[in-house]
Design a protein around this ligand. Structure first.
Ligand code: ADP
Ligand code: ADP
Length: 232
């Protein structure tokens, strides 16, 4: 579902070049929950943002569902990006919009009839358990509820893939557990492939099938979660 082939990423800072990714090769299969773990600065966020080309790799190819996204023009890329949802550590919600407006936002851009948008938003609210909160603003919600809004918004365009950027790092352990359960549900019931990055081993153990370990811009190990973490 996702293939990263020979990816390098360099950032040009003022007086120097930062190598964030080196020789990354990674395949994530359809239906998998795949985790990338590593310390801060290892390159996890850059790797994730290369999948939907929020960052453009310096070298290499990004294939999603067999299609080379790196070869697309901006207009075509916008279309393909609808197949890839994303959620964030700090949720990135619109603070001046209600829960339902936040979720409807990507649909408003899609020119769907109003009735269909309303029905879609209602079913997403139900999926993430926020039907009672649909008229509230983000500031009136707990962290876990905000992330549920983020998840519903990410699913609004019916993506095949969900990218999760430290999605539970701002949450307490109990809330983390409930959000991970929701992600697992979404993976199982909707068949959505999940690629997540985290610095927390517990997240990987809780829901991932396979894991890649990153250090200094490189993948230093990859395999089934049990194999990677049970090794001496
Ligand atoms: P992680 O997500 O594992 O913390 P990042 O991908 O955020 O790692 O960062 C990898 C490296 O790239 C770090 O050295 C970071 O400082 C650097 N970096 C990330 N984004 C930028 C940027 N926009 N400009 C310059 N350097 C960056
Ligand atoms: P995260 O919490 O996802 O790891 P970071 O704190 O690494 O986020 O980065 C936040 C933003 O700052 C990102 O857009 C990243 O690209 C940028 N950034 C990270 N490191 C640097 C850096 N050394 N120089 C410039 N921008 C950076």
């Amino acid at each position: 579902m996702i293939e990263l082939i020979g990816i390098d990423k360099e950032y040009r800072a003022k007086d120097r070049i930062v190598t964030a990714l080196q020789h990354i090769n990674l395949t994530v299969e359809k239906g998998e929950i795949f985790g990338v773990i590593g310390r801060s600065g290892a390159g996890k966020s850059t790797l994730l943002r290369c999948v939907n080309l929020l960052e453009r790799p310096t070298n290499g190819k990004v294939l999603v569902g067999g299609q080379d996204l790196t070869s697309l023009k901006e207009g075509e890329l916008q279309k393909e990006r609808k197949r890839i949802g994303m959620i964030f550590q700090h949720f990135n919600l619109l603070s001046t919009a209600t829960v339902e407006q936040n979720i409807a936002f990507p649909l408003k851009l899609s020119k769907l009839p109003k009735k269909e948008i309303a029905a879609k938003v209602a079913s997403l609210l139900e999926l993430v358990g926020l039907s009672q909160h649909r008229k509230q603003y983000p500031s009136q919600l707990s962290g876990g509820q905000k992330q549920r809004v983020g998840i519903a918004r990410a699913l609004a365009s019916d993506p095949d893939i969900l990218l999760c950027d430290e999605a539970t790092s701002a949450l307490d352990p109990q809330t983390t557990e409930s959000i991970l359960e929701l992600l697992k549900d979404i993976n199982t019931k909707l068949g959505i492939t999940i690629l997540l990055i985290t610095h927390e081993m517990g997240v990987i153990r809780a829901i991932c099938d396979r894991v890649a370990v990153m250090d200094q811009g490189e993948i230093v190990e990859v395999g089934d979660v049990l194999d990677v973490f049970l090794k001496p």
